[in-house]
Design a protein around this ligand. Sequence first.
Ligand SMILES: [Zn+2]
Length: 156
Amino acid sequence: MRIGQGIDIHRFSEDPHRPLVLGGVVIEGARGLGGHSDADAVCHALSDAVLGAVGLGDLGRHFPDTDPVWEGANSVGLLTEVVRMAREQGFGCVNADCTVVADAPRLAPYTQAMIDRLTAVLGAPVSVKATRAEGLGALGRAEGIACIAIVLLEQL
Ligand SMILES: [Zn+2]
């Protein structure tokens, strides 16, 4: 068994046309997050957790944000690739648990869709929970969104 954790944070984008994508799900009518890829903080935290569990470093090492290939990249695709890399090391996912910290927008209506999407990618149960920063700090001022993820892997 191996355990891994990941954390990711993105600030909201100035671009009003950028979609908000979390856990591979587009949150309708919400301001998007800034970043080189699609800025899907849930997929990024989860990917870092999987990479950490198998000792393969972090997402930036494999998909550098200086590389134009990954500009606007679909992060579900990155997560899929990371899961494949873990399998190559002989490890498959047992389960994962993600907590999204966002004071805005309200994510409860979307968590089940994120769970379904991510469970399909990992091939294992994924939990997604949303919480608020209660007005404290940058997240509490709704300047961005953070995600914390933890994953358990087992040797195949
Ligand atoms: Zn990220």
